[in-house]
Design a protein around this ligand. Structure first.
Ligand code: XMP
Length: 317
């Protein structure tokens, strides 16, 4: 029978044997998967593991600082890299979702590779790949499934010549969380909703500017904080806000406004393959709408996405 404790014991033993005295580098995302994978590898080989956490300028509000802090408290040897401008430069003018994903994937690899080269004699690349990622990256090769290119798997630069170590590639998300809790990883990381690698770039429809990112970060922060304050966060599998590429007419005092529209999205799911929109209480949605419109400059309308997957997807891009 599978238990998190036996999984941890056997995985740590395997990792020790496999890696020996080699060095490992690993990118952290702030998400559950990479954090649990890094903690397991760290448990096996300690400071032979160097972690790299990149600020791509597309994370949630304050996310980089808060998560970096948690990682340091967990004893991980982690390098934080501020690469915001490199990502914004690469994204400038891009509007096609796949073009944005590709640009972000490319810059991430460049930034990561720069850091990996600073570590002498590194042999292994740690990855937080979980079982559904393995399945999905296989199916992406099929003709029917080239819907979205996920850059979690298969995006390795071949010039890095590192062997891959993926301690979670047999686990489902709920098992990863169980392992994470057994490893005493803080709840702010374990209980965290999934967040896409390209981050807010695929929740800003159209081209990305720093100004739009700031606006969306404020909206998203109000919504996520609201879910937490109302005890709804843990009932939702994933939630976020989308900045739409349209403006709508509003009225403020006796002034006519012409400002942005944001959509809120909250879904229930097991693995992201299918998802249902969550019936959030109207009172709560009303409160969020008021708060967002009153507090975020440049937004005068809030809508709620009531589409399920399929036929919609969770993200809008
Ligand atoms: P969709 O929109 O395909 O999303 O229903 C399913 C799950 O995958 C996440 N997602 C991504 N994750 N890179 C990622 O790392 C991506 O390009 C990407 N696109 C979607 C999405 O947030 C949801 O959890």
């Amino acid at each position: 029978d599978w238990t998190s404790d036996t999984f941890i014991d056997s995985t740590v033993a395997d990792l020790k044997e496999k890696i020996g005295s080699d060095k490992v580098v690993m990118g952290l995302s702030g998400g559950v998967d990479s954090s649990v994978a890094a903690t397991l590898i760290h448990k096996a080989i300690g400071d032979q593991l160097t972690c790299v956490f990149v600020d791509n300028g597309l994370l949630r509000k304050n996310e980089f600082e808060e998560v970096l802090d948690s990682y340091k408290h967990m004893g991980l040897n982690v390098i934080g890299v501020d690469a915001k401008q490199r990502f914004y430069d690469a994204l400038a003018g891009l509007t096609d979702p796949e073009a944005k994903r590709k640009a972000i994937g490319r810059v991430f690899i460049e930034v990561f590779d720069d850091e990996a080269h600073k570590i002498e004699g590194v042999k292994w690349l740690g990855q937080g790949t979980i079982y559904p990622d393995v399945i999905e990256s296989v199916s992406v090769k099929g003709p029917s499934a080239t819907i979205k290119s996920h850059h979690n798997v298969g995006g390795l630069p071949d010039f890095m010549k590192l062997s891959v170590v993926e301690p979670l590639n047999t686990l489902f998300k709920d098992e990863v969380r169980e392992v994470g809790r057994a490893l005493e990883i803080p709840e702010n990381i374990i209980g965290r909703h999934p967040f896409p690698g390209p981050g807010l770039a695929i929740r800003i429809l159209g081209d990305i500017t720093e100004d739009k990112v700031k606006t969306l970060q404020e909206v998203d922060h109000i919504f996520i904080q609201g879910l937490k304050n109302h005890g709804l966060y843990d009932q939702v599998w994933q939630a976020g806000a989308i900045l739409l590429p349209i403006q709508s007419v509003g009225v403020m005092g006796d002034e006519r406004t012409y400002e942005r529209v944001v959509a809120l999205r909250a879904v229930g799911s097991v693995d992201g393959m299918t998802a249902d929109w969550i019936h959030l209480p109207y009172d709560f949605l009303g409160k969020m709408s008021n708060e967002i419109i009153n507090r975020v400059k440049g937004v005068n309308r809030v809508v709620y996405d009531i589409s399920s997957k399929p036929p919609a997807t969770i993200e809008w891009e």
